[in-house]
Design a protein. Structure first.
Length: 326
């Protein structure tokens, strides 16, 4: 009899432990992890349904890029979690080209004259895929206007380079996001539902409480002395991950100078020099950090001095939390 009750008691505590473990895992699964991602702030606002904080619009070409990359990444990394009514992800490829040559037979131009749809060998959730098609339709209707705005923009070259940087950053995000969040987690499902609603211009599934990114923007920045050399080094290192040709020399920040301050004595503009390696060897460039409400807001580099690059939201959050205090 004693052995019977001992066995029953053991089974009871095993059951309690299993329930506790399942509850703990469930609690963890409901939190969407974006720390360290290039687009962390955008992803967090989408997940929480705080659309009012999002600076990107569904008409923005980069938003279409986010949808496209996410669908492909999920189809490649999480295929077993797709529903039975999954749909094929299609893409347009050139079926026929027109090639022009000069009198010497040297090619002078090449452009596509016929396109066709082909399957990417990947699948997607039908509702998410249809939302992407809706965004494509909206952007397609404004294609001529967008091209004209691009061509007449005096900073068109800088913007195109910045778009290439963002595309590379997004690619890095998609390589990590499903390692940080499991494919079938509740948090990922909420993120997917909200990004679909954002694409369709519908009200979000809203979470209570503020995002840490929204909270930090209202904080006014950290108090006391800050290690600006380390801050700038981290910001430039993060940007350099998406550089196409040059390579940043980590730790080479020098001559960091505060050019202006706000009424509380916090910097509004800091400029510093840095070293980078290029085809011709090591070279020197400069970077300017513009602060808004006490936090890094824009990064300007010497080669595109009018092009504002958005700093990593994860680094800005760390700065706001005082992790660069001296």
């Amino acid at each position: 009899m004693k052995q019977f009750f001992t066995k029953r008691l053991s089974l009871f505590w095993i059951a309690v432990l299993l329930v506790f473990s399942a509850t703990t895992i469930s609690a963890q699964e409901t939190e969407f992890n974006t720390d360290g991602l290039y687009n962390a702030e955008f992803f967090d606002y989408i997940y929480r349904g705080h659309f009012e904080n999002i600076e990107l619009s569904r008409e923005d070409v980069f938003f279409l890029g986010i949808l496209e990359k996410y669908l492909r990444a999920y189809g490649e990394q999480c295929p077993t979690y797709l529903p039975t009514n999954k749909v094929k992800i299609m893409e347009q490829v050139c079926a026929s080209e027109m090639v022009t040559t000069n009198g010497y037979g040297v090619e002078t131009s090449r452009y596509c004259v016929e396109w066709k749809w082909v399957w990417t060998r990947l699948y997607a959730r039908p509702d998410l895929y249809n939302a992407k098609l809706e965004v494509e339709k909206i952007q397609g209707a404004d294609a001529l206007k967008n091209v004209l705005e691009y061509l007449t923009n005096p900073n068109a070259l800088g913007n195109s380079v910045d778009l290439a940087h963002k595309a590379k950053g997004l690619q890095m995000d998609m390589a990590r996001i499903f390692k940080m969040n499991s494919c079938n987690s509740e948090a990922l499902r909420r993120f997917e539902e909200n990004i679909k609603l954002f694409a369709l211009n519908k009200p979000s599934i809203r979470m209570q409480g503020s995002s840490k990114y929204a909270t930090m923007k209202k904080s006014g920045g950290p108090k006391g002395l800050q290690d600006f050399n380390k801050l700038i080094d981290d910001l430039v290192s993060d940007q350099a991950k998406t550089w196409m040709f040059n390579r940043y020399n980590r730790g080479s920040i020098s001559a960091a100078t505060i050019l202006s301050k706000d009424e509380d004595g916090k910097p509004t503009i800091i400029k510093a020099n840095y070293l980078f390696s290029a085809f011709s060897g090591n070279s020197k460039g400069w970077v300017k950090i513009v602060f808004k409400n006490g936090l890094p807001s824009c990064i300007y580099f010497w080669d595109f001095p009018s092009n504002c690059k958005t700093p990593s939201s994860s680094i800005v959050a760390s700065y706001a939390q005082g992790k660069y205090n001296k």
